[in-house]
Ligand binder design. Structure first.
Ligand SMILES: *Cc1c(COP(=O)(O)O)cnc(C)c1O
Length: 394
């Protein structure tokens, strides 16, 4: 019996990884305990964000940082900060950006579902590049000069989605952004591990970086980090915090919010709806400390241990080849024999519809390949998955 039974919902086996749809990471007992304790006290939300800012700054090398309700919230808040700066009148008007810097430049091949969070701030995305690296001759994507050429007086920011395949490189894009004094906002939601990526984008010259807290960091599912320059983070947090207070009563921590630089109190901003609770902030910070306490090699080996258990629980299958992948992030990969009665997607659906319900990675199912990630597996899951695979694939 779990708390989920008590509320009339079922649990699943998550072999897809830390995807949001299948509820992200499992929380370590230390994180859960910290959240429970955090719930037993009240705090001033600006003060707890200022404390978080100090920790995030140390860990990322940025001047400041805040806990957000996810990387996507970080993209909204970061964009809103680039547009409104420290002007409460602009903060009050968003997402109406009439008369403000209202364009964000993105490389066309980096457009994705999460840029809705960028557009939600009221900006229009200007795409550059032609990704024939993916669709044509396989050579070009976007060039740094194309980004430079798209910058106008309406440009609020350049948004860069970081992953191993992103082109131009972060260094090349930062060079353009920094030389033209346009803020560079990086979506690094899923770029951990390696832990070094907590510092990498700021070191390369990014002005703001958004990370997911509910993926590899192992924080609460609805958490994230936005780190960056002091003024941009001050703008972001002003647009996130609840502002139901009188100006003369308001004494925000100067390390995060320099009241002297504001002409008056901003109203609830566009990020007020991305509220983040005290227990979420504490949970994320404790998870971050744990994430950094484990080095990349130990993390890899711990996850590889689960993958090997899954491999031995599965044994050899009559209708599929199996493989343990090491390196970047370890996984267990199954390739169906040609002519097997079920397609890759049909196997994924059968796994999902069984009891317990098992969610695998279907991204290569069209090629008969099914992936199993150890990132969100409970200790008993490898045996349960192995048994079901033997039933299904023989
Ligand atoms: C997961 C992800 C996000 C969203 O992160 P949340 O913390 O779930 O808001 C944004 N961008 C990319 C590239 C992601 O992989």
């Amino acid at each position: 019996m779990s708390i989920y039974d008590a509320i009339g919902a079922r649990t699943i086996i998550n072999a897809k990884g830390t995807s949001t749809r299948v509820s992200g990471a499992l929380l370590a007992p230390e994180v859960t305990a910290a959240m429970q304790e955090a719930g037993q006290y009240c705090v001033d939300m600006a003060e707890i964000q200022a404390a978080a800012s100090k920790i995030i700054a140390e860990v990322t090398g940025a001047e400041a940082g805040i806990v957000t309700s996810g990387a996507a919230a970080g993209l909204l808040l970061g964009t809103a900060a680039c547009v409104a700066g420290l002007d409460p009148a602009k903060m009050a008007r968003l997402p109406d950006t009439t008369g403000m810097k209202s364009e964000v430049i993105m490389v066309r091949s980096q457009r994705n579902q999460y840029d809705h969070a960028v557009r939600a701030a009221g900006v229009h995305i200007v795409e550059v590049g032609l990704p024939d690296r993916v669709a044509g001759a396989g050579v070009r994507d976007a060039e740094p000069w194309e980004i430079a050429a798209a910058i106008t007086e309406r440009t609020a920011a350049i948004v860069y989605v970081a992953n191993a395949r992103s082109r131009p490189t972060i260094e090349e894009v930062a060079r353009v952004a920094n030389s033209k004094h346009v803020p560079l906002l990086v979506d690094a939601a899923a770029q951990l591990p390696p832990a070094a990526n907590l510092r990498r984008f700021i070191a390369a010259g990014a002005d703001l970086v958004a990370y997911s807290g509910g993926k590899a960091i192992g924080g609460p599912q609805g958490s994230g980090i936005l780190c960056g320059g002091r003024d941009l983070i001050m703008s972001a947090v002003l647009q996130q915090l609840d502002m139901d207070i009188a100006w003369e009563q308001w004494t925000p921590p100067p390390s995060l919010i320099d009241k002297a630089r504001l002409p008056g109190l901003p109203p609830h901003g566009i990020g007020r709806q991305c509220k983040v609770g005290k227990e979420t902030i504490v949970g994320l910070l404790v998870a971050l400390r744990r994430f950094l306490a484990e080095d990349d090699q130990s993390r890899h080996d711990r996850l590889l241990g689960l993958v090997k258990r899954l491999d031995s629980a599965t044994g050899s299958l009559r209708n599929a080849r199996t493989e343990v992948r090491t390196g970047g992030s370890p996984s267990f990969v199954l390739t169906l024999e040609r002519g097997f009665k079920l397609t890759g997607m049909e196997v994924c659906i059968a796994l999902q519809n069984g009891t317990p319900s098992i969610h695998a990675d279907p991204s290569q199912a069209a090629n008969g390949i099914i992936g199993f990630s150890p990132a969100s597996l409970r200790p008993e899951d490898p045996d349960l998955i192995g048994r079901r695979l033997r039933e299904l694939i023989g």
